[in-house]
Design a protein around this ligand. Structure first.
Ligand code: ZN
Length: 375
C-alpha cells in the first residue's frame, strides 16, 4: 500500500511534491492568501504505520520566520487529542521531520491545532453561562460569524472594561487554547475570584479574530491577504472587517485593559510586549504595565519577565498594531501576550513542549492576575 498525505481539512496546510518513498517524502507549505506569509503546516499521513518516515519541508527556509525553526520540534498525534514532539532538524533551508507512526493515520503540525468545531463548542459552552451574551459582529470574507463574547454580572455604573482579542494571526492556535482556559475559569460559578471579577468588570472577548485564516491553514493573514495586526490604524469593511467591526465596538464600550493574545515562532518563553513606542507612553502607563507583568510572574511559573522583544524606543510606535493603537487611542493598559511554539524554557516539559493544555492553564492564571491587578 502506498503512503497518502492529506490536508484538505479544517486548518490543513501542505503541498505534496513526492510521497512515493517513506524515507524521501518531499513537501512544501502553501502560502497564505496574499502570498507574503507562510509557516503554518498541518497534515495527515495515511497507510504509514511502522514505516520510518523522513518528511522534508523543502520551502521551510523561505517561510516568514524561518530562523525560528532552529531548535524547533514538530508536533504529532495518532488520536488527534494527544500531541507530542517528534525529532526535527533545520539546516537553514529544509525542515526534516522523522517519525515512525504507530497507527494507520497520523497527524503532523506546527503546533497543536485548535479547530473550528472546537471554536463553535467554546462559544456554545460560554453561551450557556448566565453571565454571557454572544453577538456576531459581521460576516468574515469567507462567510463565517465573527463572534464577540460579552461576560459580566456587574451592576456598577462604571465597571472596568477589559477587552481580550486572540488569534489575529491564525497560525497561532495557542492563543485560542489560552482563551479556552481563561473562559473556563472566568465562567466557573463556584470560583470566588471569577465571581468578584464578573461583578466589577465587563469582559469583551474575541476568541478567534481570524476565523477564515484559521480554517484555511494560514499563518498570518485573513482571506483577503490582510495581516490583521497591521490593520488597526485604517481597517476596512472589505479588506479587514474582523478589525473594522471590533474597533467600532471598542469605540462604543471604551477600554480600561486590553490583552491581545499571540504566539511567537522564535522565542521559547511566555512574555509581554507593551506600547512603549507610543507618543502618550508615560510613567503611569509603564507602572501599570509593569504591575500586571509582575503579578502574572508571581502567579504563573510558566511566565517570565527577563526575555522578550526589544523594547520599542520612544516615538517609534506602529499604530497599525493592535496594542500600540489601543494604548494610544483609548489611553488604556494594552498588552501583547506572546506564548512559544517551542517550549517555555524556564519551565520546560520536553515530551510535549508548550501545548494546548498548558496554554489553557496559563489562561486560567490570568484570571487571578487580573483580580490582583484591579482590586
Ligand atoms: Zn502573532
Amino acid at each position: 500500500m502506498s503512503i497518502s498525505i492529506f490536508s484538505a481539512f479544517d486548518g490543513g496546510n501542505i503541498e505534496v511534491v513526492d510521497a512515493s518513498q517513506a524515507q524521501h517524502i518531499r513537501l512544501n507549505i502553501r502560502p497564505d492568501a496574499g502570498e507574503r506569509h507562510f509557516q503554518w503546516f498541518y497534515y495527515q499521513v495515511c497507510d504509514a504505520a511502522g514505516l520510518d518516515l523522513v518528511m522534508t519541508i523543502e520551502n521551510a527556509g523561505k517561510t516568514s520566520f524561518a530562523e525560528a525553526f532552529k531548535d524547533y520540534q514538530a508536533v504529532a498525534s495518532h488520536d488527534h487529542v494527544h500531541w507530542f514532539r517528534v525529532p526535527t532538524q533545520f539546516d537553514g533551508q529544509k525542515l526534516v521531520i522523522e517519525h515512525t507512526p504507530e497507527a494507520d493515520i497520523v497527524y503532523y503540525a506546527f503546533f497543536e491545532p485548535y479547530g473550528h468545531a472546537r471554536h463553535m463548542a467554546l462559544l456554545a459552552e460560554a453561551g450557556a453561562s448566565d453571565a454571557v451574551s454572544i453577538e456576531s459582529l459581521c460576516a468574515t470574507p469567507d462567510g463565517h460569524a465573527h463572534s464577540l463574547i460579552t461576560a459580566t454580572e456587574s451592576t456598577l455604573d462604571d465597571p472596568t472594561v477589559i477587552w481580550i482579542t486572540a488569534r489575529q494571526h491564525p497560525g497561532e492556535p495557542m492563543a485560542e487554547w489560552w482563551i479556552e482556559g481563561f473562559l473556563d475559569r472566568l465562567l466557573d460559578a463556584s470560583d470566588p475570584v471569577s465571581r468578584q471579577l464578573l461583578s466589577r468588570c465587563v469582559f469583551y472577548i474575541v476568541p478567534n479574530m481570524c476565523i477564515d485564516g484559521s480554517i484555511r491553514g494560514h499563518l498570518r493573514c485573513n482571506a483577503t491577504g490582510a495581516n490583521l495586526n497591521r490593520e488597526w490604524a485604517e481597517p476596512s469593511p472589505e479588506r479587514s472587517p474582523e478589525v473594522f467591526y471590533v474597533r467600532e465596538k471598542m469605540v462604543e464600550t471604551g477600554i480600561d485593559i486590553a490583552l491581545d493574545i499571540h504566539g511567537d515562532e522564535a522565542l521559547p518563553y511566555n512574555f509581554f510586549a507593551g506600547a512603549e513606542g507610543t507618543a502618550s507612553w508615560d510613567e503611569k502607563k509603564q507602572a501599570d504595565f509593569d504591575r500586571l507583568k509582575n503579578i502574572l510572574a508571581d502567579l504563573s511559573p510558566d511566565f517570565q519577565t527577563e526575555f522578550g522583544y526589544e523594547i520599542d524606543p520612544p516615538n517609534s510606535s506602529d499604530l497599525r498594531k493592535c496594542t500600540d493603537y489601543l494604548s494610544e487611542t483609548f489611553d488604556c493598559l494594552a498588552v501583547t501576550l506572546e506564548m512559544p511554539f517551542k517550549d517555555a524554557a524556564n519551565s520546560p516539559v520536553p515530551d510535549t513542549g508548550w501545548d494546548g493544555m498548558r496554554s489553557a492553564q496559563f489562561g486560567r492564571a490570568m484570571v487571578d492576575a487580573l483580580w490582583a491587578y484591579i482590586r
